[in-house]
Design a protein around this ligand. Sequence first.
Ligand code: CMP
Length: 134
Amino acid sequence: MSGNKTFTIIKPDAYEAAYSGPIIEKIESAGFKILNMRLERLDNPRAGKFYAVHKDKPFFERLCAYMCSGPIIVIELEKENAVEDFRKLIGATNPEDADEGTIRKLYAKSIEANAVHGSDSDENAQIEINFFFS
Ligand code: CMP
């Protein structure tokens, strides 16, 4: 059975471009309930810890630097089938591949500055929620 919680980050590019409002509106319109939300500023060690699963990838250092480049908004969300439905709502990691109408198609600049993060499994959703909200 799939879980009912997921976690998202509005990333520095989307925050800076004043897309937080439209993105949150889209999330709520899609039936997600906000359980927790906070403006946050990451430092490099904390960004590295959050993205530790990518530590051997060639883009890891740039990703961490980028995630520290400005404020982010961290959000815990609730909905039936949350992880899968949220990933559909945001679209593919690379906005060039994202479907029309998805958050990344509408608001992302590039594969790195891709507007939002979304948990990729129920297990990771809980880990990511605990990372910011406990
Ligand atoms: P996110 O959903 O936050 O999870 C990991 C992030 O790494 C991803 O979104 C992208 O921002 C980033 N990422 C994934 N693949 C690449 C890539 N090939 N080049 C640069 N950044 C990437």
